[in-house]
Design a protein around this ligand. Sequence first.
Ligand code: MG
Length: 371
Amino acid sequence: MILERIDVIPIRAPRKEAVRSGLNAGDPVSASEFGIVRLVASGGIEGLGEISITFPRIGHTLCHAARTMIAPALEGRDALDAPKILVEIDRILAGELSAPYLRSAFEMALLDLAGRHYGIPLYQMLGGRMRERAPLAWGIYQKAPEEMAQDAAVARAQGYHAIKLKVGRRLEDDLAAVKAVTAAAGPDVPLRLDANGAWHSVAQAAAAIEAFAKAAPIAWVEQPLPRRNLEGLRLLRQRTGVPLMADESLHSLRDAYELARAEAVDVFNVYVSEAGGIQPAAHIFALAAALDIPCILGSQAEMGVATAACAHLAVALPNLPHAIETFGPLRYTRDIVAQAVPIADGYLAPPEGPGLGVSLDWNAVEEMRVS
Ligand SMILES: [Mg+2]
C-alpha cells in the first residue's frame, strides 16, 4: 500500500479564551497556529495527524518544513512501514529542537492509517484497553481571582477530577487566585499550580510555594523554574517538601532520564506532541513506572485529531494514577473533526472506529485554513 499523497494544511484555530500563563503574560494567545497532516495511500485509505505547538508560535513554520522536507521523502513509500518511515523522518530532522512536534504528527497519521487498514482502533495497536475512559482535570488561565473561582466551580459541577491553575504573576495576585479557587473547588480538591518556569530563583519559587501551601491544599507545583534548571528543581524540592512536576523540562525519553537522575521532580507531565508521538510518550511512561515516578498526559490544547491520539494512549497505558489534562478541543470555538472526541462528565474516551476514529470536518478546515 503506497503513500500517494501527503497534504499539510496550516490552520489558525480561534480559542474561546486567550491563553495567559507564566510564559506569555503580556502577550495572550487568542488562536492556535497548528497544522493538519493527511496521508493518502493507494486505495484511498487515509491517515490523519496534527502539528500542535502553542509556545513558541512556530506551527506554520513546522508546516512548511513538513511540506518541503518530509512530504517528498514519504511519497511512494509503503504506508505500513511506519518504523522505517519514522527513522527516515528522524534522520531528516536531525535532532532539531522542534522535531518531536513534527514527528508526532506523522507518527499518529501513520498509525491512524495502519489502524484503518487493519480495521482496529489505535488502542488495540498499543496492546489493548486498560480502562474505558480516562479522568480529566480542568485548567484555568490567569485572570481575575473571582473569574478563576467561577471557572473552578463550573469545572467541579461538570465532573472534572482536578483543577489546575496558571500561576507565576506577582505573588499577591497568585495568592488571591489560589485562595479564591480553593474556596470554590472545595478542600477535597488539591490544586495543581503551573508556573510555566516563571520564577527565576530557588528562593523566589520557595517563597511563593510556601505561601500557597499555607493557603490551600496543593497537589503539586508544575515547572516552577526554567526548563534547564534541574539542579534548582532538586534544591527546591528538598527545601519545600511540596511535590514538583516537570513539564517544559520534559520532552524526550532522554529528558526523563536526566530528570530522574537529578532527582529533580516528583511527577512527570508527558505530552504526545512533545515526546515525538504516541509510542515515545508510552516509553516515558514505562521508564517512569520503573522509577516509581507517576505521570499524567498533558496538552498543548490539541484539537480533535491529536486529542484522539491522546485518548487512545490514555486508555491503553497500564499506569495512569492521576487525572490527565488532554481536554484541548474544549478550548476552541470550533474543532477540525466531524464528530467531537468524547469528553463528558470529566472523562475522555477514544472515538469509536478503526485507527484514531476521527475524520475531518472539511467546512471547519476550510474556515481555518491559512494557505
Ligand atoms: Mg505546563
